[in-house]
Design a protein around this ligand. Structure first.
Ligand code: NAD
Length: 486
């Protein structure tokens, strides 16, 4: 059941804002008001950080395998309550049921992976040139971690940050996205039921400039783990740099991901993957395929295959649908304006380009395919975060690689070809955190490091064992076994 009022989650209780203020949460499916949300302030952030700071020492001293056990129980509860959680995710995002349920499953998978990492908290031993010395490295928790999240996958979003942070012995203050506020609270209730001690995980609700900034500024926060847009990520990095004492900053940002279709590709398979990459979650995925780069020689045939496949995409939020609404009315209006602007500059609309009238007042946009968009046009360069993709022509392989690299992003990318030289060259020459061969531009799992280069991130990877490097510090330990000798 979705609550009428979404509150903060502090010390295992739902808590109203100290100011008493709230804001509306509307449903992307039909624009109705589903809840009022606590509008947090600096005072609420301070209260959550107090709880996290108080709990930090006890949790850090809990042996890592014991911490892992709690995560394992939380994963089992996620599976047992799949329906309830998928319902919350669907209410907040409007995504089709199968995608909401898949989010619950993948979050539980990550908990299981991180549970077992608790029993594998390996460091290294090293030699010393000095007699009677031993040297080793250990993983050490950071303390209080801030987790600031986007709206597109609210459960996976919080699970990807909280599970590794917790197994590493940190306490977490999560900041829900204002458009998907309750999921992180429901996740907190599961952690409590799994036996997580009081204060180890909290959630604050509210607007980025009011609550996010207060969290980033709090000197007790040792790590800011942020997933969201490039401007916000850059602002957070600057803000942390201005603190008297620095914090670690992990940025997982946007993408403008290419899918390259070579002249030897299986065009039907490539079209299937291009359409899934562009329109799953209504294109609101950092790994969405928003630039489809096609060899001239097969451009017309591929375009036909892609448009046929696009026409078969079912828009709606029912179990059989593929492409749900975008998150807000503002987002829909922004996307429609972007398409209109591109058309004004010469783009051709091959599919969509408009809202789905029959599903109004829900925020549904028809899956949109554009062509004739210059590669330096803003629609080619800026992440749109909606069901809009563009087709580009490439004269040859080098041209395709040049285009693939021609944005400020470098998150993911795919190539469709059976030529092993092209495959290896794409892997080597396309600069990104993830490349996919004969598949979609998305794809991640609990064991797979995910993150980007350039404006897509600042070098960290979540999840996989690499996530432990986000949420731990390495401590080098030097022991003198014979202190009497200098
Ligand atoms: P956003 O930057 O608007 O908001 C993200 C979060 O930051 C929200 O919780 C918001 O309240 C908060 N925030 C806003 N201003 C803030 C400030 N000044 N200080 C602190 N916090 C602030 O992003 P969004 O629109 O919610 O999310 C979409 C973006 O997320 C896209 O760019 C997408 O590509 C990216 N994303 C990246 C990944 C990844 O793994 N790389 C995954 C999912 C989404």
């Amino acid at each position: 059941m979705y609550p009428d009022t979404v509150l903060h989650w502090i010390d295992d209780s739902t808590v109203a804002s100290s100011s008493g203020q709230t804001f509306e949460k509307r449903s992307p499916i039909d624009d109705r008001v589903v809840a009022r949300v606590a509008r947090g302030s600096g005072a609420d952030v301070a209260r959550a950080v107090d709880a996290a700071a108080t709990a930090a020492d006890g949790w850090a001293r809990t042996p890592a395998p014991r911490r892992g056990e709690i995560l394992g129980r939380a994963s089992a509860l996620l599976r047992a309550r799949e329906h309830e959680l998928a319902e919350i995710v669907q209410t907040e995002t409007g995504k089709p049921w199968k995608n909401a349920a898949a989010e619950v499953g993948s979050s539980a998978d990550l908990g299981v992976f991180m549970e077992s990492e608790g029993s594998r908290f390996y460091g290294r031993t090293m030699t010393s040139p000095i007699p009677n010395r031993s040297v080793r490295t250990e993983r050490a928790p950071i303390g209080v971690c801030a987790a600031i999240m986007p709206f597109n996958s609210p459960l996976a979003g919080v699970a990807w940050k909280a599970f590794p942070a917790l197994v590493c012995g940190n306490t977490v203050v999560a900041k829900s996205h204002e458009l998907t506020p309750h999921t992180a609270v429901a996740f907190g209730q599961i952690l409590r039921d799994a036996g997580l001690p009081l204060g180890v995980y909290s959630v604050v609700q509210g607007l980025g400039p009011e609550v996010g900034t207060a969290l980033v500024d709090d000197p007790r926060v040792g790590l800011v783990s942020f997933t969201g847009s490039v401007p916000t990520g850059k602002a957070i990095q600057q803000r942390v740099s201005a603190r008297p004492v620095l914090a670690k900053v992990c940025l997982e940002l946007g993408g403008k991901n290419p899918l390259v279709v070579c002249d030897d590709a299986d065009l039907k398979v490539a079209a299937e993957h291009a359409v899934a990459s562009a329109f799953i979650d209504a294109g609101q995925r950092c790994a969405a395929g928003s630039r489809i780069i096609v060899f001239d020689r097969v451009y017309d045939a591929f375009r036909d295959a892609m448009l046929a496949r696009t026409a078969a995409v079912k828009v709606g939020s029912s179990p059989q649908d593929d492409c749900g609404p975008v998150i807000s009315r503002q987002s829909l209006d922004r996307l429609l304006r972007a398409v209109e602007g591109a058309v004004g500059r010469g783009a051709r609309v091959l599919a969509g380009g408009c809202a789905v009238r029959s599903l109004a007042p829900g925020y549904y946009m028809a899956p949109t395919v554009l062509e004739n968009v210059p590669h330096d046009d803003e629609v080619s360069q800026q992440e749109l975060f909606g069901p809009v993709t563009c087709l580009y022509r490439a004269a040859d392989f080098d041209g395709a690689i040049r285009l693939a690299n021609a944005t400020a992003f470098g998150l993911t990318g795919a190539i469709h070809t059976f030529n092993s030289n092209r495959i290896e060259q794409f892997i080597a020459r396309y600069r990104a955190g993830l490349v996919s061969i004969n598949g979609p531009t998305y794809g991640s799992g609990p064991h797979m490091p995910f993150g980007g280069v350039k404006n897509s991130g600042n070098g960290f990877r979540e999840p996989g064992t690499e996530a432990l490097d986000v949420y731990c510090e390495w401590k080098t330990v030097v022991v003198n076994h014979d202190p009497a000798r200098v």
